[in-house]
Design a protein around this ligand. Structure first.
Ligand SMILES: [Fe+2]
Length: 242
């Protein structure tokens, strides 16, 4: 299983505060049996630029890698593989943004896109559609569960787009939303899962418990098939851009 959404790189956003916290988070993924973790620090075009972002991400990644080479996970297993990405916050004009490809998941055309938390408009949905159809980039919409209170017609239009959808582990773990989460996963609306982990406290690595809920309800075969599908999509969207 891939954790497609996380903030474990140290000191780059509101996620992990230092290398030691990053290692604890990676240890949690290892214990939870996660093979691959996508590092997706926040990217806000109003406050950052791709060049600076990539430079900072590389430095944070190198610091973590150096520490990973000196320690082993507490269960004696392996560290998960790391793929570098970004969680890019939507803005008007994003479909024409020059640096967008640089923010895709490394080596692919997949872009983890964070939709606005302000009221949605049909223009926003149209612009996501334009990204998918004209830029060669495939959006993966982050934590869809946070937008289900947006106007129903816009949510439906969004879900009808030819893009991928990610949901957070907590969607499956909260009593009030678990049933809905399982339904969306079973129907194939949701393809990627993420912990969206920021730390070892209130926003910790919780994808393992979510997988237990999914496996219990839909079966381990479903989880295995989903994992295979996730890797297939990454393979399918390998980029010629880089
Ligand atoms: Fe996030």
């Amino acid at each position: 299983m891939i954790d497609f959404h996380s903030h474990f790189l140290p000191g780059i956003d509101d996620g992990s505060e230092n290398v030691s916290m990053s290692l604890s988070m990676l240890n949690a993924w290892s214990i939870q049996g996660i093979d691959t973790v996508v590092a997706s620090p926040h990217f806000y075009a109003t406050r950052n630029n791709p060049e600076r972002f990539l430079r900072n991400r590389e430095a944070a990644y190198n610091a973590v890698r150096e520490a990973m080479s000196r320690y082993r996970p507490s269960n004696g297993g392996n560290w998960p593989d790391i793929m570098l990405g970004a969680e890019v916050y939507f803005f008007n004009g994003i479909s024409r943004y020059e640096g967008l490809h640089d923010l895709c998941l490394e080596g692919t055309d997949l872009l983890l896109l964070e939709m606005p938390f302000t009221p949605w408009t049909s223009r926003m949905i149209d612009e996501v559609s334009i990204i998918a159809s004209t830029t060669g980039i495939m959006p993966v919409a982050a934590h869809i569960e946070r937008y289900l209170n947006q106007p129903k017609s816009l949510v439906n239009a969004f879900l009808d787009l030819d893009i991928y959808i990610q949901s957070n582990a907590e969607f499956f773990l909260e009593r009030g939303t678990s049933r809905k989460a399982l339904k969306m996963l079973k129907k194939g609306v949701v393809t990627f899962l993420g912990s969206d982990a920021h730390n070892m406290g209130s926003r910790s690595v919780n994808i393992g418990p979510a997988l237990q809920v999914i496996s219990k309800s839909l079966g381990q075969d479903f989880v295995d098939d989903l994992t295979a599908r996730q890797y297939d999509i990454i393979e399918q969207f390998k980029s010629n851009y880089f």
